[in-house]
Design a protein around this ligand. Structure first.
Ligand code: SAH
Length: 390
């Protein structure tokens, strides 16, 4: 790219890249490229070439490194990079499931890009201006690599505003149905790509749901159930499952999904989870299996202390509700709550509960949501399977 636009970055920015992180912030750009969003070459202040990056003129994250080489991001480049991500999941999309994340942004060397596959359809998120500039090449590559019948852009995420991009949900290829049936290790549920949470379902908890399904028994509780995907796995072994969520729409989907699986032992409960757990504790209720899968309580660093109090509250109460030998699967998807802090929060909850809680498993992200050690932002989900030892 001899005449390609160039950005010059500070020594601090260059060090960040050398340490394996693809982002360069605005404050580390010494000389900004005079070009619209797209690909640019990047050098340090001594003129040494550092790599090729996606350039977002309006964003606080100005540059996102995609290669240490000098590359032209043409159709073949996108096909190869996206193809590698698709290949990484080849073993996953088989008899066990027809839905998975095909591209997990920085985790797959494709910054600010998300692709989820639901059966024959794809839902994508283009979350930076630099990436958006390659929409045509990206869509072409996706169709060629997956043979998708339809592609929907869920570009309604608020980060797009910070990139100077418009927000909205728009069809890119064909027609994506309002609901798509997902097969997941023996259960079936309907994903809602147009208006469901995330891109229509929580694919990142697939393996945790399978794990929970293997230990479920007796009377079970799925708190923060959304459309009941944990409840469905619990219901295969438990006698009775109560699925608790504050959203009426989510609980309507719990009913639909239970019917889809011919299950009659799931009871939807519309309630605030904090109130519900407190009330159950007062009643002296006991459960053999409990799942806590809350939304991210810590949206930013400033709200972390309050979030930890929230996590402690629900975990303490769930521990108290466990029958002897009962199992609790508890998770956090707050990026701002680190794994060590998550385990410390559970230790404090266990201490306050007076129960002897045995750590049976610590869970992370499945293979289709790769977490890169040098890019902390690619990791957000952690969970623990705990057994009441008394
Ligand atoms: N366990 C689900 C995903 C849960 S997402 C799955 O695996 O598919 C979090 C859910 O928590 C959402 O459905 C949201 O409606 C619900 N929620 C958020 N705050 C709540 C509260 N205070 N009480 C009850 N439900 C809540």
């Amino acid at each position: 790219m001899p005449n390609a636009p160039q950005a010059v970055i500070s020594a601090r920015g260059a060090r960040r890249w050398q340490d394996g992180h693809p982002w360069i912030f605005k404050s580390d750009v010494v000389s900004r490229p005079e070009s619209p969003a797209g690909a640019v070459g990047v050098t340090d202040q001594a003129g040494r070439f550092l790599g090729t990056a996606l350039w977002s003129p309006a964003s606080e994250i100005s540059l996102r490194l995609v290669s240490r080489g000098e590359e032209s991001l043409d159709a073949a480049w996108w096909r190869a990079r996206i193809g590698a991500a698709v290949q990484r999941r080849a073993a996953l999309l088989d008899a066990d499931t027809n839905a998975c994340r095909l591209v997990h942004g920085e985790g797959d060397g494709l910054p600010s890009f998300v692709v989820d596959r639901y059966d024959r359809w794809l839902v994508v998120q283009l979350l930076s201006a630099g990436l958006e500039a390659y929409r045509r090449e990206i869509v072409e590559a996706l169709v060629a690599l997956t043979g998708a019948e339809g592609i929907l852009a869920r570009n309604d995420a608020s980060v797009r505003t910070r990139e100077g991009l418009s927000k909205g949900v728009e069809p890119l290829v064909g027609i994506v149905p309002e609901t798509i049936e997902v097969r997941e290790h023996g259960v079936r549920y309907l994903a809602a790509p147009h208006d469901g949470q995330k891109t229509g379902a929580f694919l990142d908890q697939r393996e945790a749901r399978v794990l929970v399904g293997t230990v479920a028994r007796g009377v079970a509780l799925d708190v923060f159930s959304y459309h009941g995907s944990f409840a469905l796995h619990l219901a295969r072994r438990a006698r009775r499952v109560r699925a608790v969520d504050a959203s009426t729409a989510a609980l309507a989907r719990v009913r639909e999904n239970a019917a889809l699986n011919g299950l009659t032992n799931i009871e939807p409960v519309e309630a605030d989870a904090f109130d519900f757990l407190r009330a159950e504790e007062k009643l002296g209720a006991r459960y053999d299996s409990i799942v806590l899968d809350p939304p991210a309580f810590a949206k930013n660093r400033a709200s972390l202390a309050g979030a930890i109090r929230g996590y402690r509250d629900i975990n303490l109460r769930a521990m108290k509700l466990l029958a002897p030998g009962g199992m609790l699967y508890t998770a956090s998807c707050s990026y701002h709550l680190s794994k060590p802090d998550f385990l410390e929060m559970l230790r404090e909850s266990a201490a306050a509960s007076g129960r002897r809680m045995i750590l049976r498993a610590v869970t992370g992200q499945p293979v289709d949501h790769p977490e890169v050690l040098t890019i902390p932002e690619t990791g957000y989900l952690k969970g623990a399977l705990l057994e009441a030892g008394d």
